[in-house]
Structures are given as structure tokens and as C-alpha cells.
Design a protein around this ligand. Structure first.
Ligand code: G16
Length: 543
């Protein structure tokens, strides 16, 4: 085994986005690309000498090769130990849990989350810090800074480490512990949820369909839902993780999990449907004949948290990302607890969770989580819902009807315009920013603008400020439009338009959010000129 220091040059564009560095898989597989970024990560975090790291990924194409590179580079830079999921697999929440359980210094998660995989798909690398959460902006900025000054990287020339066998091995002086990816995570879930009550629910004939989308949650869901809780065999569908996710798009929303939607809205639908994404941190919740938006799911979970074993003592506070609907705020107000509003990106919840200010957090982008780890957690959200349903003995539809009658209904939808010309998208946002001050008082599509600003966040724990976090416009009747550019896309720009309107009159509630939001959608186009500037007549994805 030989230690090499390889001369290299900075590679442009290695700037971590909303959640780590995401690029086309072929870009990551290019000469020095991964190695440069890993070395920059080591440099940006002050080296890995003597440190313990966790390593795993969602199993997408190049996951196995990248894991070997990370191990050889960790050993070359003097890491003491790396804890790796068997076959280099770990869901993102399971990685977060392992970092915390083992008091590791941090971890590398190989994933591009819900983005498609395969040689022509996407790949990604994320660094998580010692609290188990995504690196905060200060750290990602140092990593990006290091990518721009890199002159060499260090790597061992060695045979592949056998990651298929559970146990301890070594690479030079670095210890490598290969662990079962599910065991510690399942143990944590058993402390949080009433497994006996959920077991009794399934034993009573309750049926579930969990779509693992050929991604990382398959083994977790099979072990927990079927093997431990007694859900009928076959309840987990698409449960075998595949490097290209079976050529699917592992994003749990009504578009990409259409088969599950068809099942849940079809004849003889099961009682409960759910899906998770590529790396297992997102979730989708569907009842028989009813889709629950992520924002509503978060609000309903908060409202019913005391029915759930690990949260029976109540919530210290809650948090949501700014574009997430304000349904959660209504619940927090009723509970008399604080509701924090953060920028998009799970990393912004870390300080609130660490400081005990928030117990539950969530985002419109299908992420929900709590202080049990420092990532959003797909299967955890499913178990949370099952625990509520087991205790309350109601259907999803009845639970949501009751919720809306109590708190009002926040109709909500996100319209995504994908792979838009980057310059055109940036100009749309820049021009709207210039207009903000002139908007209040003006009418668009029958709605009057009340406020218009650009969101900036002052972290109440460490005082850091994050600017430029989305343009938001509130309108009459509790309506709101938010516009921002995605930080996770890999092609052109993705314009996200978040639309919301509140209905408190139970006699006027309707089932189709697009109809309920028609005026808000028209107002968004009138204000920002979306169709004209993007050349698109309709969004690519509606969630
Ligand atoms: C990541 C972040 C989330 C964010 C989402 C979408 O999720 O962790 O906090 O809401 O991206 O971000 P954007 O709107 O910038 O594309 P994931 O599941 O992709 O890691």
C-alpha cells in the first residue's frame, strides 16, 4: 500500500448547494473530481487526523466506487476510524443517528437525494458535522474556499476494502467498522414509537402500501414494517435498492410516486400509503382517497404529537422553512409554543434542535423530522403517523377533516419550472426583487398585495445571518406567493413558485388545491411574468 500525494488544480463550480455538492454522475466520475472535493472537505474542516467519521450512501451508481475513494483518502489523511454501513449503504437519517450514537466527528453521505441516479443521473456528496446534521453555511463556505485553492490531494493506493462483511478491518492505521445499516436506526425507532400499538393496528387488518422507490429505505421499511410490526408481506413495494432506482425518479410526490397514488385512489385502496426518497429522508403520506401535503402533514403531526410515545410530553417548539405553508403556525399558536421560520435547507434547523428550542420541524419539500436525529427522516414520519392512527383509531381522511375544521385549511401547492435558462431565471428573480417595494397596495388577479420582501434569517442561537432566502409576497385573504431558485438542481435553473391561501369557512372547503389557488396562481404570473420570461406555459412539476 503506497501513499500518494497527487498534484491537482482547483475545479470550478464545486460549491455546495442546499444540501451538499450535487452534479451529474459523469462529472463526479471525471478525473480528480471526487478526490478534489473530498480533499477540500478535509481541508475545510481542519483535517481528519485522529478523527472518527461515518460513511454511507443511498446506493446509487458510483456509490460503491466513491466509498472506496473516501476510505483511501481518510486513511491517507490520518483518520482514526471510519464506521461504514454494509456495502457502503446508509440512509441519510441512519447516518445522522450513527454520527450521534458513536460520538463521531462527522460523516460523509454519498447521495443526490431524490434526484435520479445512474450513469446519466446525478451524484452527490454531503458532509455532516458532529451533531449529525448537514454542515452549516460557515463550514460549507470553508469547504468551497478550499476547493478554490487546492494544489494536491492525498490517497492510498490499495485494494478495495471488503464492505460486504460486517466486522472490523483496517486500512493502514485507520480502523474500519462495517455495520448493519438498519440495526441502530431500528433501535432508535423503538424508543420513539409505540410498536405494540402499531403491531395491534396491523393485526386488526389495517393495510399499508409503502413505496420504497427502489431506493435506500427498502431494507429499513421491510425490517421494521413487515418483519417487526407485522404489516402483511408485500406491504413494502419496490423494496430492493437499485443503482438507477429502477430508472425511476425517487422523489416521493404525486407525480413521481404515481403508482402509489393510483393504488390509494383506486378500488380496494389500503388504509395508508407512504413513500420515501433516494436517501430516505423525505416522505409522502397518503390516506385512502386523500393526499396529505407535506405542510399539512407537519401541522397534523404537531397537533397530534402527544399521542405518540416519544413525544407524549409535548413539543418544546416547532420550526418550518419559510416557503412551507403556515398551517403549522396555527397549531403552534393553539399549543402556545414557538414556531420558527428558517430558510430552505435542513441545516438551518440544527441550532434550534441542539438548543432545545424546537422538537419538530418540517418543510414543504416532503421533509419532516425531530430532535431524534439532525436530518429529516422519511420512515420516522411514517411511523409517527402510524402511531397516531393506532392510538386515535381514525382514518387519515377523518383526521385531516377534523384538523381543517379546527385550524382552517391552508391550500398549498408548489410549481416548479425545471431546467430553465439560468440567466433568464436569475433575471426574473432580480427584476422582481427590484419591484418589491412598489407592490404593496397593487391588485393582481383580484388580490391586493399586502407585503413584499426578501427573506433573511437571523439565527436565534448563533446570531448568524443568511440573506437572499426567497422573495415573498403576501396578499389579501391570507394568500402568499414565494419565489426562489432551487439550490439542488444540476441542469440550468429550477424556479420554484410556492402558492398558499387560507380557508377558514368549512362550507367553502374544496378538494382541488389548484382550483382553490387559481387566483393566487394568476397573481404570481401577473407579478413575476413567469410564462413570458421562462417561455413555459405550465410548470414541469406541481406538488
Ligand atoms: C434538500 C434540503 C431541503 C430542501 C430541499 C429542496 O433536500 O435538505 O432542506 O428543502 O433540498 O431544496 P431546493 O428548493 O433548494 O432545491 P434533499 O432531500 O434534496 O436533501
Amino acid at each position: 500500500m503506497t501513499l500518494h500525494s497527487i498534484a491537482t488544480q482547483p475545479i470550478e463550480g464545486q460549491k455546495p448547494g442546499t444540501s451538499g455538492l450535487r452534479k451529474k454522475t459523469r462529472v463526479f466520475m471525471g478525473p480528480h473530481y471526487l478526490e478534489n472535493y473530498i480533499q477540500a472537505t478535509w481541508n475545510g474542516i481542519g483535517g481528519v487526523q485522529g478523527k472518527t467519521l461515518v460513511l454511507g450512501g443511498d446506493g446509487r451508481h458510483f456509490n460503491d466506487r466513491a466509498a472506496q475513494v473516501v476510505l483511501r483518502m481518510a486513511a491517507a489523511s490520518g483518520a482514526a476510524k471510519v464506521i461504514v454501513g454494509q456495502n457502503a449503504l446508509l440512509s441519510t437519517p441512519a447516518a445522522s443517528n450513527l454520527i450521534r450514537q458513536r460520538n463521531a466527528d462527522g460523516g460523509i453521505i454519498l447521495s443526490a437525494s431524490h434526484n435520479p441516479g445512474g450513469p446519466d443521473g446525478d451524484f452527490g456528496v454531503k458532509y455532516n458535522v458532529s451533531n449529525g446534521g448537514p454542515a452549516p453555511e460557515g463550514v460549507t463556505e470553508r469547504i468551497f474556499g478550499a476547493t478554490k485553492t487546492l494544489t494536491e490531494y492525498h490517497i492510498f493506493d490499495a485494494q478495495d476494502v471488503d464492505l460486504g462483511r460486517i466486522g472490523t478491518t483496517a486500512l493502514d492505521k485507520m480502523q474500519i467498522e462495517v455495520v448493519n445499516p438498519v440495526t441502530d436506526y431500528q433501535a432508535l425507532m423503538e424508543t420513539l414509537f409505540d410498536f405494540d400499538a402499531i403491531r395491534a393496528l396491523f393485526a386488526g387488518g389495517f393495510r399499508i402500501s409503502f413505496d420504497a422507490m427502489h431506493a435506500i429505505t427498502g431494507p429499513y421499511a421491510t425490517a421494521i414494517l413487515e418483519d417487526t410490526l407485522g404489516a402483511a408481506p408485500g406491504s413494502v413495494v419496490n423494496g430492493i435498492p437499485l443503482p438507477d432506482f429502477g430508472q425511476g425518479h425517487p422523489d416521493p410526490n404525486p407525480i413521481w410516486a404515481k403508482d402509489l397514488m393510483d393504488t390509494m385512489f383506486g378500488p380496494d385502496a389500503p388504509d395508508f400509503g407512504a413513500a420515501s426518497d433516494g436517501d430516505g429522508d423525505r416522505n409522502m403520506i397518503v390516506g385512502r382517497g386523500i393526499y396529505v401535503t407535506p405542510s399539512d402533514s407537519l401541522a397534523a403531526m404537531a397537533a397530534n404529537a402527544t399521542h405518540v410515545k416519544g413525544y407524549a410530553g409535548g413539543l418544546a417548539g416547532v420550526a418550518r422553512s419559510m416557503p412551507t405553508s403556515r398551517a403549522l403556525d396555527q397549531v403552534a399558536e393553539r399549543l402556545g409554543i414557538a414556531c420558527y421560520e428558517t430558510p430552505t435547507g435542513w441545516k438551518f434547523f440544527g441550532n434550534l434542535l441542539d438548543a432545545g428550542l424546537a422538537t419538530l420541524c418540517g418543510e414543504e419539500s416532503a421533509g419532516t423530522g425531530s430532535d431524534h436525529v439532525r436530518e429529516k427522516d422519511g420512515l420516522w414520519a411514517v411511523l409517527f403517523w402510524l402511531n397516531i392512527l393506532a392510538k386515535r383509531q381514525v382514518s387519515v381522511a377523518d383526521l385531516m377533516a377534523e384538523h381543517w375544521a379546527t385550524y382552517g385549511r391552508n391550500y398549498y401547492s408548489r410549481h416548479d419550472y425545471e431546467a430553465v435558462d439560468s440567466a433568464a431565471a436569475q433575471k426574473l428573480v432580480d427584476d422582481l426583487r427590484q419591484q418589491l417595494a412598489t407592490l404593496p397596495g397593487r391588485d393582481f388577479a383580484g388580490l391586493t398585495v399586502e407585503t413584499a420582501d426578501e427573506f433573511a434569517y437571523d439565527d436565534p442561537v448563533d446570531g448568524s445571518r443568511s440573506e437572499g432566502q426567497g422573495l415573498r409576497i403576501t396578499l389579501s385573504g391570507g394568500a402568499r406567493i414565494v419565489l426562489r431558485l432551487s439550490g439542488t438542481g444540476t441542469e440550468g435553473a429550477t424556479l420554484r413558485v410556492y402558492l398558499e391561501r387560507v380557508e377558514t369557512d368549512p362550507t367553502r372547503m374544496q378538494d382541488n388545491p389548484q382550483q382553490a389557488l387559481a387566483a393566487v396562481i394568476a397573481a404570481a404570473d401577473a407579478i413575476a411574468g413567469i410564462a413570458e420570461r421562462t417561455g413555459r406555459t405550465a410548470p414541469d412539476v406541481i406538488t
